[in-house]
Design a protein around this ligand. Structure first.
Ligand SMILES: [Zn+2]
Ligand SMILES: [Zn+2]
Length: 348
């Protein structure tokens, strides 16, 4: 047993505060990772607050983890002590269902084992996430991390990165495509970077004029002010894809109208209320709406390798662990460009 320092939500109401717990002995196929950086995802806040159902308290959030291997089990073959490693949104799955067998563990029919707010498979041992100094994970659910990139800026790739990379790849987005990105936050800024890198013509769609300079800095070719009726009219039927990252309640219809014939809206933002979508909006142009959920282990590795090769990282603000509650407040006001990342050295 090793005692691990962490920060936890003890209930849905009170601020996160220090916590410690024991991680069990290293399994034969497991690696132990000293966590160096942990990204802060909106899901952390929603889960901690119980917005998506009852949470397992004390809850140690964090599923954008990068660190260094400090120990390996006797049967580990893919990792060595001293190497960099990453952990994303899940740490296990059933491994036998069609989704797992096809490398899309995120759609596991038994449900993936979340990096936090889950139980280790077949037990009542809670999983604890990245707001901690160490994590042990099966090597098959651990990612290789390049030493070419700034590590703090790599952490958010494990959730925000793969969430936007995966659907763009699934739809083979590239040269000749017009892509709109809706919402400029942790997800939106990665969507812009990937879509531009894949060769698409990218427009940032935002209701806030202040986002124009930021969007251009990230590489967006165009900026469209969605609160301007004339701009929206001029963009009708213009996009092949719209990647919708907005998690606040909004009118999907206004944006669906910007899709051309056969256009697809990709939903990755999760508003709590259901959307109302007139069938005719889809029918008249054979438009489609699809959702997408992170990516499997193989695709996450592919994304990390792509980022290392093309020098793509997240734009981050590095914080100390003790700043987490303030960070949550600022995230709720969208006051971060574009991801907080905890320097776990601040907890040691
Ligand atoms: Zn996340
Ligand atoms: Zn499965």
């Amino acid at each position: 047993m090793t005692t691990i320092k962490a920060y936890a939500a003890y209930d849905a109401e009170t601020p996160l505060r220090p916590y410690s717990f024991d991680r069990k002995e290293l399994g034969a196929k497991q690696v132990q990772i000293e966590i160096l950086y942990s990204g802060v995802c909106h899901s952390d806040i929603h889960t901690a607050k119980g917005d998506w159902g009852p949470a397992i308290y004390p809850l140690v959030p964090g599923h954008e983890i990068v660190g260094r291997i400090t120990a390996v089990g006797s049967e580990v073959t893919k990792f060595k002590i001293g190497e960099l490693a990453g952990v994303g949104c899940f740490v296990d799955s059933c491994r036998t269902c069609p989704s797992c067998k096809s490398g899309e563990e995120q759609f596991c029919e038994e449900g993936m084992t979340g990096t936090y707010n889950s139980y280790e498979r077949g037990t009542k041992i809670p999983t604890y996430g990245g707001y901690s100094t160490s994590i042990t994970v099966d090597e098959d659910y651990t990612l290789h991390i390049s030493d070419k990139l700034e590590l703090s800026a790599v952490a958010p790739l494990l959730c925000a990165g793969i969430t936007t990379y995966s659907p763009l790849r699934y739809l083979k987005v590239g040269k000749g495509h017009k892509v709109g990105v809706l919402g400029l936050g942790g997800l939106g800024h990665m969507a812009v970077k990937f879509a531009v890198s894949f060769g698409a013509e990218v427009t940032m769609l935002s209701h806030s004029p202040s986002k124009e300079a930021d969007a251009k800095k990230l590489g967006a070719h165009h900026f469209a002010l969605t609160s301007d009726a004339a701009t929206m009219d001029s963009l009708a039927n213009k996009f092949d894809f719209i990647l919708n990252t907005v998690s606040a309640k909004h009118d999907y219809n206004a944006y669906l109208n910007l899709l051309n014939t056969n256009g697809t809206m990709i939903i990755v933002g999760v508003p709590t209320a259901p959307a109302e979508i007139p069938a005719i909006t889809l029918i008249l142009k054979r438009r489609k709406i699809m959702g997408s959920l992170i990516g499997g282990i193989a695709e996450t590795q592919e994304m990390l390798d792509y980022c290392a090769e093309h020098n793509i990282t997240s734009d981050v603000e590095v914080i100390d662990m003790s700043y987490i509650n303030e960070a949550y407040e600022r995230m709720n006001k969208s006051d971060v460009k574009y991801r907080f990342v905890i320097d776990m050295a601040s907890l040691k």
